[in-house]
Structure formats: structure tokens, C-alpha cells
Design a protein around this ligand. Structure first.
Ligand code: NAD
Ligand code: TYD
Length: 357
């Protein structure tokens, strides 16, 4: 049995579905079902004997203690987090509560379980899924982030993830808990909530709405197809050394504007606008994000060398699959674009929810 937290969110959903398609070991999936967690993501697993879902908070220590003793997982993979930078700017409290206090609670209960029930079994693993954003922002010619790059988080989101990474590290160093941390670049693919760049642009393009590009659109991110992130986590679980951290990236650095142009071109081909013009004419430059990190880039040579992991998708193949998935799952998009989602658009993009250049 493995315990996955946050397994109803974007990456967690992909991880759980992939795991159950490949492995025979069951999954206990603990998720609070915040706005980002969607039980519909797991509908295909209804009745699956290897999947057990529990709605709950990683900060609930009594619940964690009970679940760990009842199910005796040999592994914990921690995806549960508040994950959206813009939301962290509007309301950082939840980020501290889940990413910092929640991770602390999970570590404490994992440690107690490991010591008392598992009697310090060296095969136990606590994998903490983190982000490249903890390293801060790069200049155009700076070397990519490596595992030894000093932490310099700039947003409430990245600061809360950095804090959680430090706690995870300390629980290994001080108590010997067999932890591993992954720091991954921007993911994209099926089931991503349409508040993040790629699914938001696809949704808006299809709805005939503006495509809101922050600032000059020259901020650079490295993009990794989500299935490749899942294989990296499985590789770390199977072969990673406790106490180590692994940077995971797609080797696909790109300015945001290039990502948006690529999406427009694919949509022009697969779902042309009625008037025959390109979706590119929907692009609108809007006010920049405060403290917007300029560039992220990942050096993933350690995981490639030590665990023989490689991404299987190029950006070109992954983005096409992703657009096709959103086209095939418009009902999913309609369901998640609920009242709460409209409220978010109003908070972030203006009073009417319409994008203001
Ligand atoms: P997401 O926001 O889509 O999903 C987060 C999930 O966690 C949701 O299902 C939510 O209900 C759940 N959750 C939130 N608070 C919880 C709590 N207190 N207790 C239990 N469950 C809770 O996020 P994601 O994009 O899938 O990211 C997953 C993890 O990967 C996060 O830790 C994130 O920091 C990290 N990460 C994400 C990316 C990316 O590009 N999305 C890149 C690198 C790392
Ligand atoms: P996002 O998907 O929020 O991920 P992150 O901030 O964690 O990297 O944003 C990716 C990039 O796209 C980031 O530079 C901000 C930019 N962006 C826009 O230009 N417009 C948008 O509407 C959104 C959501 C993001």
C-alpha cells in the first residue's frame, strides 16, 4: 500500500491513475478536495479494488495517525498543496496552513508511525513533491538550477514550498526519516485546473475570450509533460537515496508568449475560429504579476545520471496531446468552471471577469 496525498489534484490524479495502470500495489488517496481537488478526476477508478479515497486534511494529525495504522503504507508521496502563485499573492494564509503546517503534521505523524509501527524500517519512503520555484529567478544567461543552487523563493507560494522542503530535509537529518524531495519545473497535461497558463489559454481561446499574457510575455518557464513527472517520481521512489533531492525538468525552456502562440496554432488547426482568423488575435497583454519571476531552468542531469530517468515527451508532442485532451473533455472543463472559478477570474482579471488589457 502507498499513501498519496493530494491525489485528486492535477499531478496527483495523473500519478494515481498511472500507478494503478502499472503496479498491483494499492493506493490510499488522501485529499481535502479544495477547489483544486476534483473527485471527477478519479471517476474512472470507481470500484477499482486498488484505490481507496479518503477526504481529509494533511494537517489533521488524528486522521493521519489512524490512517497510517489502519493501512500501514510502505510509502508516502506528498502532493497535497496550495499550488497557484497568483492565489498565493491574493491570500497567502492557506499556503502557510497546508504547505508549511500541513507538511509539518504529515512529517510528525510519518515519523511516529515509522518509529513505532515500522520499527524504523529502512525501506520506508517519504517522497515530497516540490517545485523549481524555490530557487528563485534566473537571468537570461544564468546556469540552470541544480540541486545545490541556494534557495531564494520570491512568492508566497514558493516561500511556503521552500519552508516545507526545509522541514523535510531536517526530518531526515535530525530523525533519520527516509525522505526524498523532487523539485520539478512547470507541468502541463490532462486534468490541470484552468487557472494555470496552458489550460486557461485553451479554455479562453475556445470560449472566444481574451488570452491574458502578463507583462511582456517574455518570462521563461521550463515545461514538462505530467506523465514524465510521474515516471520521475516513480524512479525516485524505486531507486533514490534517502536524504537526497532530485531536480526534474523537461529541457523545454520557453517564453510564455511562445507557449501561447503554439497553443493558438494548434487550435487554429484542430478547432478553427468561425471567422477563419487565428486565435492569436485574442492575445491581450495585461498587468504583470507582482514579483513575477523572470526565468526558471532546470538542470536534471542528476536524476538522468543516477536513476536513468528521461522525459519521453517533447514539448511539441506533449502540448498537442494536451490540447486534444481538453478538446475531448470539454464537459470536464465545464464542470470545474463553477461559481468559485468565476469568482477567481473576477479577483484576478477584473470586476466583470473579463480580461482588461
Ligand atoms: P493542484 O492544486 O492541482 O492539486 C493540489 C491537490 O491537493 C488538490 O487535489 C487539493 O484538494 C489537495 N489539497 C490541498 N490542500 C490539502 C490539504 N490540506 N490536505 C489534503 N489535500 C489537500 O496541484 P498540482 O499542480 O497537482 O501540484 C501537486 C504538487 O506538485 C504540489 O505540491 C506542487 O507544489 C507540486 N508541483 C507542481 C507543479 C506544477 O506545474 N503544477 C510543478 C512542480 C511541483
Ligand atoms: P502559471 O501557470 O501560473 O505557473 P507558475 O507561475 O507557477 O510558473 O504561470 C506560468 C507563466 O505564465 C508565468 O510566467 C505567469 C504566466 N501567466 C500569464 O501570462 N497569464 C496568465 O493568465 C497566467 C495564469 C499565467
Amino acid at each position: 500500500m502507498i499513501l498519496v496525498t493530494g491525489g485528486a489534484g492535477f499531478i496527483g490524479t495523473n500519478f494515481v491513475r498511472d500507478w494503478l495502470a502499472i503496479e498491483s500495489e494499492p493506493v490510499l488517496n488522501l485529499d481535502k478536495l479544495t477547489y483544486a481537488g476534483n473527485p471527477e478526476n478519479l471517476a474512472a477508478l470507481r470500484g477499482h479494488p486498488g484505490h481507496r479515497f479518503v477526504q481529509g486534511d494533511i494537517a489533521d494529525r488524528a486522521l493521519l495517525a489512524r490512517l497510517l495504522r489502519e493501512h500501514r503504507p510502505r510509502v508516502i508521496v506528498n502532493f497535497a498543496a496550495e499550488s497557484h502563485v497568483d492565489r498565493s499573492i491574493h491570500g497567502p494564509g492557506e499556503f502557510i496552513a497546508t504547505n508549511v503546517v500541513g507538511t509539518f503534521a504529515l512529517l510528525q505523524e510519518a515519523l511516529d508511525y515509522w518509529r513505532t509501527v515500522l520499527r524504523q524500517d529502512p525501506g520506508f519512503r517519504f517522497v515530497h513533491v516540490s517545485t523549481d520555484e524555490v530557487y528563485g529567478s534566473l537571468g537570461p544567461r544564468d546556469a540552470a538550477f541544480s540541486e545545490t543552487t541556494p534557495y531564494a523563493p520570491n512568492s508566497p507560494y514558493s516561500a511556503s514550498k521552500a519552508a516545507s522542503d526545509h522541514l523535510v530535509r531536517a526530518w531526515h537529518h535530525t530523525y533519520g526519516l527516509p525522505v526524498l524531495t523532487t523539485n520539478c519545473s512547470n507541468n502541463y497535461g490532462p486534468f490541470q485546473f484552468p487557472e494555470k497558463l496552458i489550460p486557461l489559454m485553451i479554455r479562453n481561446a475556445l470560449a472566444g475570450e481574451a488570452l491574458p499574457v502578463y507583462g511582456d510575455g517574455r518570462n521563461v518557464r521550463d515545461w514538462l509533460y505530467v506523465a514524465d513527472h510521474c515516471t520521475a517520481i516513480r524512479a525516485v521512489l524505486a531507486g533514490g537515496a534517502p536524504g537526497e533531492t532530485y531536480n526534474v525538468g523537461g529541457g523545454s525552456e520557453m517564453p510564455n508568449l511562445d507557449v501561447v502562440h503554439t497553443l493558438c496554432r494548434i487550435l487554429d488547426e484542430l478547432r478553427p475560429r468561425d471567422d477563419g482568423s487565428s486565435h492569436e488575435q485574442q492575445i491581450a497583454f495585461v498587468k504583470d504579476r507582482p514579483g513575477h519571476d523572470r526565468r526558471y531552468a532546470i538542470d536534471s542531469s542528476k536524476i538522468q545520471r543516477e536513476l536513468q530517468w528521461r522525459p519521453q515527451h517533447s514539448f511539441a508532442s506533449g502540448i498537442r496531446k494536451t490540447v486534444q485532451w481538453y478538446l475531448d473533455h470539454q464537459d470536464w472543463v465545464q464542470h470545474v468552471v463553477s461559481g468559485e472559478y468565476r469568482h477567481w477570474l473576477e479577483t484576478q482579471y477584473g470586476a466583470t471577469g473579463e480580461v482588461k488589457p
